[in-house]
Design a protein around this ligand. Structure first.
Ligand code: FES
Ligand SMILES: [Fe+2]
Length: 387
């Protein structure tokens, strides 16, 4: 974990804002033309440059807990298969048989030794190698060299499985994370447990994602859910290349003023959100619970699919612990599904009706500003991250 000294420093910064009702700020407001939110051509360019060509954290390492673990899912209309081979190495494949393209694994998680295609029973190993062909003496010559599963570049780091969705590319995860890596490591994601996981439909990528990057809306839109615990409009903002760390303060923050620094327990009063470019938010909302959100653009600019994963620090055993974890899960589901995303759909109606030519991003919304600068960077002046 981060050292106590680092957390104390965050608490000091938050308390300094509390006294003056302040927050970390960008240098100026930013105007974003709404075409960046709803133009189909722009959307397709951005989706290609960012979501197809950069490394994405597609899964948590704990989702593939041991050799033989696998997970099949659809990511942005692509059938993807993640697996952990006998040696413990994580792989990512296009979930499509090399005979005539059927998915070799049905969606979901499991444990096994082989993937057997349900169409004509070709078999593949956990490393994607073609292992067997039904009726091979009648089929003709094919070999593992040419007919193994199509592998995607994949790396495992900081408790996450990183994948580039374009076959044949490569990436260096150390370069991609750079100084954000110790931040992610401090979360010790491999020590958490998955309590619940679900997919949610939501409004467009940027309309949805902007909401993960500020606390300005918490005391209004989330007055009855997560906003009950948060001081709205107080945020600490630190950047690490395209990645970001946001820190929100809990309403109990003022209690720290009554204590000496030696007695401080910053975890009780601060909430850290690690925002991994372009679409992963890891939000330690209440210390022993964590919300992990993967937001994937849909086929058009006005829809997303969000994979929401609720983690618990310790698997709930007692009824009381289970009730607490269920309550946390229900609260974050309500906040996103009944508050954030319905607001997003309404915003999109206004967009379609021509209500705004630009959106103005405030000085108090520095993380949104940072995000959009990097979207522009990768789309317009593409830096070689994957080659
Ligand atoms: S499509 Fe898989 S064995 Fe034919
Ligand atoms: Fe929200």
């Amino acid at each position: 974990m981060e050292t106590r000294q680092q957390k104390v420093e965050l608490a000091r910064r938050a308390l300094a804002h509390l006294d003056i009702r302040g927050t970390d700020q960008a240098a100026s407001t930013m105007e974003l033309p709404v075409t960046l939110y709803n133009d189909v051509n722009r959307f397709n360019r951005e989706k290609q440059a960012i979501f197809m060509e950069l490394p994405l954290a597609l899964g948590l390492s704990i989702e593939l807990p041991q050799p033989g673990s696998y997970k099949a899912m659809t990511v942005m209309e692509k059938p993807i298969l993640l697996s952990r081979d006998e040696n413990g190495k994580a792989h990512a494949f296009i979930n499509a048989c090399r005979h005539r393209g059927a998915p070799v694994c049905q969606e979901g998680k499991g444990q096994g030794k082989r993937f057997v295609c349900p169409y004509h029973a070709w078999q593949y190993g956990l490393d994607g190698q073609l292992k067997g062909i039904y009726g091979s003496n009648t089929f003709g010559d094919v070999s593992p060299a040419t007919h193994s599963l199509t592998e995607l570049p994949c790396a495992e780091q900081s408790g996450l499985i990183w994948v580039c969705l374009t076959p044949g590319k490569t990436f260096n995860i150390d370069d991609w994370l750079a100084d954000f890596r110790p931040e992610l490591d401090s979360l010790e994601l491999n020590n958490w447990h998955i309590h619940e996981q679900r997919w949610l439909d939501g409004p467009g990528w940027k309309v949805a994602w902007d909401g993960y990057l500020e606390a300005y809306h918490h005391n209004t839109l989330h007055a009855n859910t997560v906003g009950r615990y948060t001081i709205g409009n107080l945020m600490l903002h630190d950047t690490y290349g395209p990645h970001q760390r946001l820190v929100f303060a809990r309403r109990t923050l003022a209690e720290m003023k009554e204590q000496t620094e030696q007695d401080w327990d910053p975890d009780q009063h601060l909430r850290q959100i690690h925002s991994v470019f372009p679409n992963l938010s890891i939000s330690g909302v209440l210390g022993d619970h964590c919300l992990v959100s993967h937001v994937f653009p849909g086929p058009t600019p006005d829809s997303t699919r969000t994979l929401q994963t609720v983690l618990v620090a310790k698997e709930p055993v007692t009824e009381e612990e289970k009730t607490a974890s269920d309550a946390f899960s229900a609260t974050v589901l309500q906040a996103v599904q009944e508050e954030d995303y319905p607001m997003g759909y309404k915003i999109q109606k206004g967009l379609a009706a021509g209500g705004n030519k630009v959106f103005t991003i405030g000085r108090n919304e520095p993380a949104i500003q940072h995000y959009h600068k990097w979207v522009k960077h990768f789309t317009e002046a593409k830096e070689a991250v994957c080659s």
